[in-house]
Write a protein that binds this ligand. Structure first.
Ligand code: SF4
Length: 221
């Protein structure tokens, strides 16, 4: 889906303009690739500081061992869990965190947690060990299907290249204030940014960067 672009230069036209440009180039991304909301939670934790391919392998291992539900992980042997997610790196720390978040969701119904008022839901997730803003917002957006814009390192980098800098909350507010109330747009946008960054930023193709070629952040301030 495309978003109607306002005529005037302002933050909204920048945010919407970037989205439409990325959507034109990459199309619908259909994120997050997971069979259940709990699998999104697991993926969001495991993806910290590693490539998505490693997370896919770990998820495959967890499924093969019957460990893709909160109760099974909560009651699993920690060494078995460490071995199962070894490929994602920081496996000891991640196994401990995975067990803790699984214990939380085995003691609290996921649908009830995900129905909490948005701020309360976010604070609840942030109170769990190993869940920072990006992980919490990924869970809120892709597992709970609620509107929270995810800011990752790629988003910060792209906005900086366009002349806009800010901390996590400031950038999140910039996107949330200027996007339509549509959870699918939020989901697609973050996925498109990751796709874009993998194709251009990570490969250092700055000389042919389509975004800096078309948008100049300060023009929109
Ligand atoms: S391709 Fe280079 S210039 Fe363009 S947004 Fe990425 S890092 Fe910035």
């Amino acid at each position: 889906m495309k978003v109607e672009k306002p005529e005037k230069y302002n933050h909204r036209s920048l945010v919407v303009g970037i989205y439409n440009k990325l959507f034109d180039e990459f199309g619908k991304q259909n994120w997050w690739p997971a069979e259940t909301p709990f699998e999104v939670v697991v993926g969001a934790l495991l993806t910290q500081q590693t490539k998505w391919q490693n997370v896919e392998e770990a998820i495959k291992n967890l499924k093969q061992r019957g460990l893709m539900d909160a109760e099974s992980i909560a009651s699993s042997d920690i060494e078995l869990l460490e071995e199962t997610i070894y490929c994602t790196g920081f496996y000891r720390q991640k196994a401990k965190r995975l067990k803790q978040i699984s214990t939380f969701f085995s003691e609290n119904k996921m649908e009830e947690v995900f129905s909490l008022p948005l701020d309360e839901l976010r604070n609840t997730l942030l109170s769990l060990n190993g869940v920072g803003p990006e992980t919490a917002d990924s869970i809120i957006l892709y597992a709970a299907n609620r509107q929270k814009f995810v800011i990752d390192v790629y988003t910060k980098r792209i906005m900086k290249c366009l002349g806009i800098e800010g901390n996590y909350s400031q950038l999140q507010e910039l996107f949330e204030k200027n996007l339509p109330d549509d959870v699918d747009v939020y989901k697609e946008y973050h996925a498109l940014i990751v796709e874009y960054a993998k194709k251009y930023c990570v490969k250092k193709k700055c000389d042919i960067c389509p975004l800096t070629g078309e948008f100049n952040g300060p023009d929109y301030l």
